[in-house]
Design a protein around this ligand. Structure first.
Ligand SMILES: [Ca+2]
Ligand SMILES: [Ca+2]
Length: 362
């Protein structure tokens, strides 16, 4: 909301007519908003609140759902069929589709009770749109309407999910669009069922839980267990070379540290990396992600700290001709999203064991 006393901002696009097909409009707006990922709506991050019974707690940051993207539509549904409602969010730029897995319920724990209910009407329209399902839940009677339309540009899955907390079961009743109220008795926690109008019986549906894997860490396109390819880089002498983790490992495990001279926590952990290298127990290798081709500052920072581990830098874009079996750094690291510092732990054969984001602690 804009306060009425706020100064009016003059934006060129609002004060002069522009043809949306003009090169000015396309190059300015499209480039900034869609291609460069700038915000359409003032960098408002997405918000998530949890109802704790008396109030709402802001879980936006903790949940990881506080995306800076300009989001437009949300669908809440139990996509992995484990009994809690997950979120699918559509945005207009960057990663446009995000599926957020809800880890609120721990399967098998005391508070993991739920009911997943579908309805089928036998009078009027088949889907029973408008049916109101009421469950005697842990906080009393809770009702949900099967509306099928929910949220901007979104639809509702034809399924209602009720949390039961520690209850072993709950009474269920349906108010049908035709005007009748019908009881379906007590359903056990964990039931997935279709409630058919006029039968008073819940038809059980098979559970189809499916695991959603954790996403890859920000900026690293390698999963644990993957082999680190040979990378086209620049060496300490400023000349193109190949970063071959296995050749440098010397039979030891490797810590491949991604850092930048402009990242204070990265520079701060260099002495720790040097002491790990000096211990002889592990091989430390650094790859600076300073501006491609501009590695003087990073090289100076390492020289000032008398580091002895092998250090590499990014080449100028397109400066190195592709070589068989050697890949550009961008194939495994998304520099625009990389969290610094990031340290990739590899075994002596170059297989990824861990990906640590943030400074090392010991
Ligand atoms: Ca779920
Ligand atoms: Ca879950």
């Amino acid at each position: 909301m804009v306060a009425s006393e706020a100064d009016v901002e003059v934006e060129e696009s609002l004060t002069s007519k522009q043809n949306v097909n003009s090169s000015t409009y396309v190059s300015f707006h499209n480039a900034q908003i869609f291609e460069q990922g700038m915000s359409f709506s003032g960098n408002e991050r997405n918000k998530v609140w949890i109802n704790d019974g008396d109030s709402f707690a802001d879980l936006s940051d903790l949940s990881g759902a506080d995306s800076p993207n300009d989001s437009r539509a949300t669908i809440a549904a139990d996509f992995d069929d484990d009994g809690d409602v997950d979120l699918f969010v559509h945005s207009i730029q960057r990663e446009r589709h995000a599926l957020y897995r809800n880890d609120a319920l721990v399967a098998g724990s005391k508070n993991a009770g739920f009911l997943k209910l579908r309805v089928r009407a036998t009078s009027g329209q088949y889907e029973g749109i408008g049916a109101i399902v009421t469950v005697d839940g842990p906080a009393g009677k809770t009702s949900q309407v099967l509306s099928r339309g929910a949220g901007f540009l979104s639809c509702q899955v034809p399924e209602l999910v009720f949390g039961l907390g520690a209850l072993e079961g709950a009474h269920v009743e349906v108010f049908w669009p035709g005007g009748k109220t019908e009881s379906f008795g007590e359903l056990a926690a964990g039931t997935r069922a279709t409630l058919v109008e006029g039968t008073g019986e819940a038809e059980a549906l098979a559970a189809r839980p499916r695991m959603f894997l954790d996403p890859l860490p920000p900026g690293v396109q390698l999963d644990e267990g993957a082999l680190m390819p040979k990378l086209a880089v620049v060496g300490s002498d400023g000349k193109p070379t190949v970063l071959d983790v296995v050749a440098l490992a010397d039979g030891k495990n490797v810590l491949l540290n991604l850092w930048s001279s402009s990242c204070a926590p990265c520079v701060k952990e260099l002495p720790l990396l040097q002491s790990r290298e000096a211990s002889g127990e592990v091989r430390v290798i650094t790859l600076s992600v300073d501006v491609p081709g501009d590695f003087e500052r990073a090289r100076k920072v390492l020289a000032q700290r008398d580091t002895t581990f092998p250090a590499f830098y990014l080449p100028d874009v397109g400066a190195i001709a592709p070589e068989s079996g050697v890949q550009p750094v961008e194939t495994v690291i998304d520099l625009a999203r990389l969290k610094l510092p990031t340290t990739i732990g590899l075994d002596k054969d170059g297989r990824v064991q861990t990906i640590l984001q943030g400074p090392l602690t010991d």
